[in-house]
Design a protein around this ligand. Structure first.
Ligand code: HEM
Length: 471
């Protein structure tokens, strides 16, 4: 009997792959996560798809994700360096390294982000200051329609820039806005069919024109810009008094000078700052844009949030993470925005660094593993009517905030998001600062829908909003 090679390998079941293209054309090009949800219903908790000739294993539903990412944490801690990433990053820096270099970079990055405020009061002050600039910018628009996306991205990006480079940019600065546009373009590419095709056929496509070339050019421009900032740091630094993440990394390079094969180098510094700049901007900004959009679609929920903010903080008090327990409804709304929109539906690609035995199957070394977070955030076992936006699911009968373990928008296990606590603080402070000051309204004559665009994150189609000052 004829069996394709992947079936002989004891991989999990899945749809039959066409020669060369695999299942690429079965995927919904606008919403590939919908196809994976259907396949999960059909094939079960772990299944195989082919995005090109090679198999990828999909982890479906919270229980499976937990068993893999937490139960077999070490096995599933590998990062897939897909051809499109390889060309940009060359296996260096935090996000795309594996083994000892990754462990060292992750530990260093976590510690240093904390040293410069992540998870502490000092970063709250910085975020609140940035939120103040944002509020002032929207105030100047006097309730006229505006697309909030680029200013929100700039404000969010400025927070990570303050930690990494010790400075913020003028949010309307054309160079800064151009760089952020490039970040957006590159993240958009990750959700496109072009990205899947490039990873399957890079050996041919790298010679041909296409969006991938634009993405590689953007990456070069961004890295050149970051190299410039690092050069300025080298010229002005005092090793006894590190000002920010870059200074601390330069100290680490000096310290490791004598260690043979140290993974800390100028190249890994450029790539790690590049990782933080990209990872720290678009995801959080997109979440905030969704929060605004969902408030436009549910004015009654917006009003309830405002009432809660008014009663706890009034119109002037700066929000702080300490206030969270007193603002359970607002907290529930923020969680539901993250759950409902699952901004990173596929997480970020993992890989089997060795043959992995999982649930009776063998995932061979080198196979891409997709931690399908969207399936956890919509898992029927953990969420009732998950297709509806309903913040009350995060509240108990006394109106107190109620956790749900399947809430894993930042993934779980050893590769989980390094910036989770920073992102949560940002979303909380920016969201409250906006609703404390403004009522968000749909511009007259404009439609109000949840239309999306193709992107690596689930991003909204550009939309306008009126920031109407509250009395
Ligand atoms: C709402 C905002 C955010 C979401 C939803 C999010 C989500 C994620 C997800 C799903 C992953 C992949 C985890 C995995 O591979 O299993 C990830 C990784 C990562 N995130 Fe975030 N993230 C957000 C904000 C941030 C911020 C603000 C930073 C900046 C510090 C950041 C830095 C990173 C880094 C460096 C990694 C790679 C970790 C590694 O490979 O070890 N993220 N994030």
């Amino acid at each position: 009997q004829f069996l394709p090679s992947w079936k002989k390998k004891n991989l999990p079941p899945g749809p039959f792959p066409w020669p060369l293209i695999g299942n690429i054309y079965q995927m919904d090009s606008l919403a590939p996560y919908k196809t994976l949800m259907e396949l999960g219903e059909k094939y079960g908790k772990v299944f195989t798809i082919h995005l090109g000739p090679k198999p990828s294993v999909v982890l479906f539903g919270y229980d499976t994700l937990k068993d893999a990412l937490i139960g077999q944490a070490e096995d599933f801690s590998g990062r897939a360096v897909l051809p499109a990433f390889e060309r940009i990053i060359n296996g260096q820096g935090l996000v795309f390294s594996n083994g000892v270099p990754w462990k060292e970079h992750r530990k260093f990055t976590m510690t240093t982000l904390r040293d410069f405020g992540m998870g502490k009061k000092s970063i709250e002050e910085r975020i609140a200051e940035e939120a103040k600039f944002l509020v002032e910018f929207f105030q100047e628009k006097q309730g006229k329609p505006i697309n909030p996306s680029s200013m929100i991205t700039a404000a969010v990006s400025n927070v990570i820039c303050s930690i990494v480079f010790g400075d913020r940019f003028d949010t309307e600065d054309p160079t800064f806005q151009t760089l952020l546009r490039m970040v957006k373009e590159n993240i958009s590419f990750l959700g496109s069919r072009g990205f899947q095709l490039y990873n399957a056929y890079s050996h041919i496509l790298k010679w041909l024109p296409g969006m991938h070339n634009k993405v590689f050019e953007n990456a070069k421009v961004l890295q050149t810009f970051l190299k410039g900032l690092i050069k300025d740091h080298i010229a002005s630094r005092d090793p006894n008094c590190p000002r920010d993440f870059v200074d601390s990394f330069l100290n680490k390079i000096d310290e490791e000078m004598k260690r043979p094969n140290s993974s800390f180098s100028m190249d890994s510094l450029v790539h790690t700052t590049f990782n933080l700049f990209l990872a720290g901007s678009e995801t959080t900004a997109s979440t905030l844009c969704w929060a605004i959009k969902l408030m436009l679609m549910h004015p009654e929920i917006q009003e309830k949030v405002q009432k809660e903010i008014d009663s706890v903080l009034g119109s002037d008090k700066q929000p702080s993470m300490e206030d969270r327990t007193q603002l359970p409804y607002t907290d529930a709304v923020i969680h539901e925005v993250q759950r409902f929109r699952s901004i990173a539906p596929f997480g970020f690609p993992h890989v089997a660094l060795h043959d992995i035995s999982f649930k009776g199957y063998t995932i061979p070394k080198g196979t891409e593993v997709i931690a399908f977070l969207h399936s956890s955030l919509n898992d029927k076992k953990y969420w009732k009517d998950s297709e509806y936006f309903n913040p009350n699911r995060f509240l108990d009968e006394n109106g107190k905030f109620k956790k749900n373990e399947a809430f894993i928008p930042f993934s779980a296990g050893k590769r989980s998001c390094v910036g989770e606590s920073l992102a949560r603080t940002e979303i909380f402070i920016f969201f409250i600062s906006l609703l404390q000051r403004f009522t968000l309204k749909v511009p007259t004559g404009e439609s109000n829908s949840l239309e999306m665009i193709i992107s690596g994150t689930r991003a909204l189609k550009p939309f306008n909003v009126c920031f109407v000052e509250r009395a």
